[in-house]
Design a protein around this ligand. Structure first.
Ligand code: AR6
Length: 210
C-alpha cells in the first residue's frame, strides 16, 4: 500500500474540513442568527425580523413618510426605486397630510399590494412621542379600514428624522401590542428592521413588554 506523504494527508484533511464547513454553514448560521422573533397576542402574530421592507410580502408595507408625501430617501427612497413612479403619483393626488397621520396608496411594482404612508415626527419639532404613537395607531386603523390582514412597519422616524431608536421601539411596540389586544382584522404585524443593531433594539424591547 502506497504510503501517503504528509502534504497529501494535510490536503485531504483540509478538503474534508472545507466540504463539511460548506455543508454545515447555512445550518450553523441559522441557529446562531437571532434574526426573527414571534409572539402571539390574542391569536394574532407580532413578528420582528431583520431585512429590507421593500421585499416584504405582507398586504401592505409602511413608508416612513413626510407630511408633504414626497418620497425622499431611506425607506421612501427604496419604495420609490422598487415600486415605480405610480406610488408618488398617487401621493400627489392625496396631497399633504399631518404629522402623526397615515394615508394609503397602491404598492406599484412592490410585492405588497398597498403602501401605508405614516408620517413620523422630525426630532426637535416638539411632542415627538405623541406624534409617533399617533402615526403608528393611525396606520393600524387604516389597515383595518381597508380589511388588511398583514402589514410591515419600519422603525419610523429613526433615520433621516433623527428620533432615538430605543424610544421608537418602546412607543411603536407598546402601541401595536395594545392595538392587537383589541378588535382588529389584522392577523399579523411585522417590524422589518434594517440591520442587526436595529433588530436588537426592538427584540430587547419586546422581551421587556411580554
Ligand atoms: N427597509 C427597512 N428599513 C429601512 C430601509 C429598508 N429598505 N431603509 C432604511 N430603513 P428613514 P425617517 C430604516 O430615514 O427617519 C425620507 O426622505 C432606517 O435605518 O427611512 O422617518 C422621507 O421621504 C431607519 O431605522 O425614515 C422623509 O422625508 C428607519 O428605516 C424622511 O426620510 C427609518 O428611516 C423620513 O425619515
Amino acid at each position: 500500500m502506497a504510503k501517503w506523504s504528509k502534504a497529501t494527508v494535510c490536503k485531504t484533511v483540509i478538503r474534508r474540513f472545507e466540504s463539511a464547513r460548506r455543508l454545515l454553514f447555512p445550518y450553523l448560521r441559522g441557529i446562531t442568527q437571532a434574526d426573527i422573533m414571534k409572539i402571539n397576542i390574542e391569536n394574532r402574530v407580532l413578528e420582528l425580523l431583520e431585512g429590507d421592507i421593500t421585499e416584504m410580502q405582507t398586504d401592505a408595507i409602511v413608508n416612513a413618510a413626510n407630511a408633504q408625501l414626497i418620497l425622499g430617501g431611506g425607506v421612501a427612497g427604496a419604495i420609490k426605486r422598487k415600486g415605480g413612479p405610480k406610488i408618488q403619483q398617487e401621493c400627489n393626488k392625496i396631497g399633504p397630510t399631518f404629522v402623526g397621520g397615515a394615508v394609503i396608496t397602491g404598492g406599484g411594482n412592490l410585492k405588497a399590494k398597498y403602501v401605508i404612508h405614516a408620517v413620523g415626527p422630525r426630532m426637535g419639532e416638539g411632542n415627538e412621542d405623541e406624534k409617533l404613537k399617533n402615526a403608528t395607531l393611525n396606520t393600524l386603523k387604516l389597515a383595518d379600514d381597508n380589511n388588511l390582514k398583514s402589514i410591515s412597519f419600519p422603525a419610523i422616524s429613526t433615520g433621516i428624522f433623527g428620533f432615538p431608536i430605543e424610544k421608537c421601539a418602546e412607543i411603536m411596540l407598546k402601541t401595536t401590542i395594545d392595538y392587537l389586544k383589541g378588535r382588529t382584522c389584522l392577523e399579523k404585524v411585522v417590524f422589518c428592521l434594517f440591520g442587526r443593531d436595529s433588530y436588537r433594539v426592538f427584540s430587547d424591547r419586546l422581551k421587556l413588554e411580554i
